[in-house]
Design a binder for this molecule. Structure first.
Ligand code: FE2
Length: 291
């Protein structure tokens, strides 16, 4: 297997728990992904979900169901502030979607191509994934004005395996800055404990989702957080235990990113994960025709 990273980059990954690779994707593939995402949103018919559900409980259950159904499918999720008190969109649909998830990499040919290829296969190996499997993908819009905060978290909370192998690949599709809600990370924080786990409970007919605290270690304070301001085309690699967050986007421009998660097939996937790996297309690694 060819190497993609230098010895210094591999050492930085081990030390910091994250790695920034500017220019990993050319402008062409980035543009193709953004255009395909726009087409998916245009083809998505909101079912009036905000106005149909009369109680918070009904709304929450329906939201949980849509979330679970998206695990091995393609679904558009709205921003929290997208609807007014009458359940009407405050702005056009294309500016109201929070993200598309969670099996774009397996089900959509444009995303499949972007998500695979020799460079990514070599990178995954350098990052320590001996037998990588792609398990989740998200197109994150971070819409102008209403793109919400994503609080401090560790991705292993949402994709748990043992030993922890989950690795995030975060591709900037637009320049990410402090003004439009770039990532913030805690360098070295991946050596701390997993603080929370997001688990599926309830029954098969009425599943429920909840966060459970595993460890009371506080989240980093502002002095420990480093902003990851990067130009479009940059790939940011994130260890599954690295604490990170992003601020709301109060700028007039979106901050689109594509987030892809891989695990090592040798780790044991938790049966309590919200995302079940069965019941969809066969899981694959990074081998494919893309860059
Ligand atoms: Fe994350």
């Amino acid at each position: 297997m060819d190497r993609l990273l230098s010895a210094e980059q591999r050492a930085a990954w081990q030390r910091d728990g994250y790695l920034v690779l500017p220019g990993f994707k050319d402008a062409g593939p980035v543009q193709a992904l953004r255009e395909r995402a726009h087409e998916i949103v245009q083809g998505f018919e909101p079912d009036g979900q905000a106005s149909v559900f009369s109680t918070r409980e009904q709304s929450r259950l329906a939201a949980d169901r849509a979330f679970l159904d998206s695990a091995r499918g393609i679904h558009c999720f709205f921003e929290e502030e997208a609807f007014d008190e009458h359940g009407q969109l405050r702005q056009p649909k294309a500016l109201s979607i929070n993200k598309i998830g969670h099996a774009l990499h397996d089900l959509d040919p444009v995303f499949d191509d972007f998500s695979r290829g020799p460079a990514l296969a070599a990178l995954a190996h350098d990052l320590g994934l001996a037998e990588p499997l792609l398990v989740q993908s998200m197109l994150i819009f971070k819409q102008p004005g209403i793109g919400g905060e994503v609080r401090w978290h560790q991705d292993a909370t949402f994709l748990r395996d043992d030993p922890v192998s989950v690795t995030g690949l975060w591709f900037a599709l637009e320049d990410a800055t402090r003004d439009n809600g770039c990532l913030w990370v805690q360098p070295g924080g991946h050596r701390g404990p997993l603080r929370e786990v997001f688990e599926r409970g309830g029954t098969a007919e009425a599943p429920s989702l909840a966060l459970r605290t595993l460890d009371q270690t506080p989240w980093p304070d502002a002095s420990q957080a480093v902003p990851v301001e990067v130009p479009a085309g940059t790939l940011v690699c994130l260890h599954g235990l690295l604490p990170h967050w992003s601020a709301p986007n109060r700028s007039p421009n979106s901050r689109q990113a594509y987030s892809l998660h891989a695990v090592d097939a040798r780790s044991r996937w938790s049966s309590a994960n919200w995302l079940r790996l069965e019941g969809g297309p066969a899981l694959r690694g990074f081998d494919g025709p893309g860059r």
